[in-house]
Design a protein around this ligand. Structure first.
Ligand code: AMP
Length: 139
């Protein structure tokens, strides 16, 4: 059985405006912002406003509208970063690689011959904001 939703996880705090983020998009369904430890230039996270821990406990009726936002933001990231491709990742529970327990999709713009950076390295603040601005402009 999946554990319950923890309302003080870091993404819940970002949703409530208690923590800052480099915002890319927000509407009544989803929020998108730059991953602060980007594994590629332009690495974005898309989270639903619905308090779901992972994919399996997302209410089915909320999933469709959320996935439309994931697709819309992925297209903007693709354009803004002039990507050759996209890697889209979503992890569930510790065993599945999840670290923050609020559902999120990673959107990673990829360029031919360029590998992903190692995890856990903080991004440069100015570069994060510049990439956020590029992606906002492509939406
Ligand atoms: P995971 O749960 O494995 O998908 O990993 C959580 C992701 O959230 C990692 O890529 C982190 O770099 C990212 N992250 C953690 N804290 C923040 C934050 N405050 N703002 C933006 N991204 C974050």
């Amino acid at each position: 059985m999946t554990a319950s939703y923890e309302p003080n996880n870091i993404f819940a705090k970002i949703l409530r405006g208690e923590m800052p983020c480099h915002k890319v998009f927000e509407d009544e369904v989803a929020l998108a912002f730059m991953d602060i430890m980007p594994r590629a230039e332009g690495h974005v996270l898309v989270i639903p406003k619905t308090p779901a821990r992972g994919l399996l406990d997302m209410p089915p009726e909320a999933l469709g509208p959320y996935m439309l936002r994931v697709q819309k933001i992925a297209a903007a990231v693709n354009r803004a970063m002039a990507a050759d491709g996209l890697t889209i990742q979503q992890f569930n529970e510790t065993a599945g690689g999840q670290v923050v327990f609020h559902l999120h999709f990673h959107i990673l713009p990829r360029h031919d011959g360029v590998g992903l950076r190692p995890p856990g390295v903080m991004g440069d603040k100015a570069a994060l904001e510049a990439n956020a601005a590029r992606i906002r402009a492509a939406l």
